[in-house]
Design a protein around this ligand. Sequence first.
Ligand code: PAF
Length: 281
Amino acid sequence: MKTLRTVDELRAALNGPRRAGHSIGLVPTMGALHEGHLSLIRRARASCDQVVVTLFVNPAQFGDPDDLAAYPRDEAQDGVLADAAGADILFTPSAGEVYPLGFATTVTVDEISAPLEGAQRGPAHFAGVATVVTKLLNMAQPDVAFFGQKDAQQVAVIRRVVRDLDIPVRIEVGETIRDSDGVALSSRNVRLRAADRRRAVALRRGLDAVRACHAAGERDPTILAAIGRAAMAELGVEPEYLELVAPESFAPVNSVRDEPVLVAVAARVGDVRLIDNDILD
Ligand code: PAF
């Protein structure tokens, strides 16, 4: 596996394979790789000739400077893991390479970026994600890009960017990978104190309670959400949001009947903000 730091190096490395007709898979990450990322890298390895993993902690998507500073970083360890999972290239540009002096363009996606994560993290969050992902797609020009379902709203925003800007890439989404107790893997989990790690299961409990109540025949999203919140409260965790929305538009739903519905949840557990989701169909 090669580690590359500039767009010129990346383009030069991909020119040959592209001319030879080889397919290119891109797995964008902010590092602190865990099994969720590794499953995406393996999936890319299984279906693409060249696998590029990007490692860039994107300052533009962090509203809170403390959150950016606390984001776990270990390039050496990430390199070992990405290599073992099958990456050919680890692309880890500097902030100056991604946002050179005079950088003045932002990709914003209306409506879908506003609720839930957009409301909690501020409008800059998804603009930062959309801008950096657009740039990474333009830098590597992959055939396929891989993202995790845990960040469901991010996936919906990226799909919209790709569609609206006619970016020639296929988006593939890997299922959420969980610890044995059901907690969704996240780079932020390492920051949980032991007692908070135990309470982190509350998000999954909330989602499971909604699923069970839906399976028992409840169709009212307000009641389903209240059941989910109550299950979380039993573990002393209050969600920032637990809402039932349409999976593509992220608009609230009035009932859970014919169409699939996404149940999205976020909560602060101790000092760490966690998100998770489930699809009822
Ligand atoms: O999901 C992430 O790790 C980031 O939001 C992404 C897609 C790499 C963009 O910085």
